[in-house]
Design a binder for this molecule. Sequence first.
Ligand code: ADP
Ligand code: MG
Length: 339
Amino acid sequence: MGKIHLLEQSTINKIAAGEVVERPASIVKELVENSIDAGAADIAVEIREGGTSLIRVTDNGEGIPSGEVPSAFLRHATSKISRIEDLEEALSLGFRGEALASIAAVSILEIITKTPEALTGVRYGLEGGAERFREEIGCPAGTTLLVGDLFFNVPARKKFLKSPATEASYVSDAVTRLALAHPGVGFKFINNGQTRFQTPGNGKLQDAVFAVFGKDTASKLLPVRGEKEGMRITGFVGKPETARGNRSYEYYHVNGRSVRSKVVQRALEDAFKTKLPLHKYPFSVFQLELDPGRVDVNVHPTKMEVRFKDDHAVYTLVHQSVSTALLGASLTPELSAPT
Ligand code: ADP
Ligand code: MG
């Protein structure tokens, strides 16, 4: 054999998996996004030991037809797009067809799935991407994915994981983001057998905030609403007294996707500038809706960072709408008790 040779498929898969599967939280995000794309009304996420020993995501979505289950684990296999042009219009959260293949490559995985029409479902098991078993099974319509022993075959990656408590907090944050981005879906998050939060899935963002952050935060929200050039913003910012010591409570979503964006962050923080002391950051949770053609979500494999076609319009819409919300709050000053 010469010096240059093609890598084995299993090696290629493990390397490629690194792009999508960084840690348990990234797996949870991919699995929950699949559940949302499948039209699930309820999604339960359960983890043990920070997700390193077990991740279980259960949904009541459309399921996978039994004959297509193995295909779902092939790299670049997807039911969501067919041509590159479809990306422009894609409203689904997934489209790369990489998540299941990547997760399967670095874990011991089991899927149980049934479409509503089918009489029986399928239970299908993989180890490091290789099929272990496939059988018919009686189960409710929907899909359950169980991911065990993450990185059992990639020790270098396993070592890089933080403590179970830290990994669990990343997972909790991921589920929180998804739950806030999709108030119409009921989310349940269970960590080491304990239910951490459960959102009602009634479509009311304020109720989702209440379920995740509690009454105090939910009762100090200011509605944010605005429209500009076909873009829309809806949601809430917290009153200045709900500000936090870091940016992790700046939640915002673009077309149903929890994202990061320097432009949105700057517009939000600039609007709060005179209201907050240095190193305090607002609590926010809002949605931006715009024509999918005006935002590029295909920037990064984990699709966290978005790029807008028109940064200036986005900045103006967010800044103006948040400023207006804050102005409304300062017009109704709190009365101090008479002395
Ligand atoms: P993508 O989401 O980019 O299509 P994935 O690897 O995440 O790629 O999933 C591959 C395919 O498996 C999806 O396109 C979908 O058809 C199917 N699938 C995955 N998860 C679910 C689920 N929870 N319910 C129904 N179908 C699913
Ligand atoms: Mg997916």
